[in-house]
Design a protein around this ligand. Sequence first.
Ligand SMILES: C[S@@+](CC[C@H](N)C(=O)[O-])C[C@H]1O[C@@H](n2cnc3c(N)ncnc32)[C@H](O)[C@@H]1O
Length: 299
Amino acid sequence: MSPCQMPTAKELAEPERWDTAAEKYNDAVGRSSRFGADRLIAMADALQSLNAPSAHAIDLGAGTGSVTHLLADKYPSLPILATDISPGMLNQLMSIAKDPATTKITTQVADMAAPVGGAASEGTFSHVISTMAIQVLPDPAGEGTLAQWARLLQPNGVVAIGIWDFDENCGPHALHWSGRADLEGGLKKAGFNEVTSEVMHLGFDVGKEGFMQFFWESGNPMPKDRQSSFEGDLGKVKVEMERILDEVYDGGSKIPLSAALAVGCWSNSRIVPTHYIQSSKLLSSPSMLENNLLSTGLL
Ligand SMILES: C[S@@+](CC[C@H](N)C(=O)[O-])C[C@H]1O[C@@H](n2cnc3c(N)ncnc32)[C@H](O)[C@@H]1O
């Protein structure tokens, strides 16, 4: 498998692939996704208050809770339903909740491609929020996923979506939506209004050891799939990867990563701001590393 021959979206949606990533997720990816989540929440709140009495949020593809925990910290009275296809991710999310006894966070295992059901009932939520997850789906706009997300919303409800913004359509999180243009186009196609965008650099500055740990040991499906695409002497790949991290990425303290964030309102009578955090290139940063490694002939 070449670096760009990534697993299918169906394979990526297998819960056990993500279960294995849960424990270490916040050591690396979760550190960066939180910056995007923070900005996205501010955008969503500006559109419709998350402090309103009717406010009720659902986090789709919640993972370990980048969005959910920030929401709980900022809006203590806000009920939040955190959903994910991976029970392991949701267990991790609850295990790090500040006060599980009093929190307004509840969880539900759900496929974000078709999340309506159970506590995720139609017309329930003022805010449907999701970060760094929808990209694994085959065609979020075309297959009706965003229409389902809209069905979850109260009248004039807000949808807020963050994705990694990659410079190339390569990688398991960029199978079909690789960045800002895809997200904007998808929202428009699904019927959201006044789509606008914004770009934000997040960084993936976990350091050389942190990156090596993430890439080779974290169990995250993204680097695991990259690993399985490598051929040849993996020991040499690791040595060269460390050299590149030192020389190109300042010891892993300056690894670029960008995200795109979009916010919209499901109503013809409201403006639908769309914000984007455009990331630069994360692990699509592996893609950057791989480009360097490829040029050395190691991959
Ligand atoms: C990169 S993580 C993002 C987690 C979190 N939202 C964040 O921003 O840090 C992607 C998440 O999507 C979940 N996921 C993958 N496919 C899914 C699906 N079809 N339905 C629901 N969740 C899914 C994974 O289990 C994982 O928790």
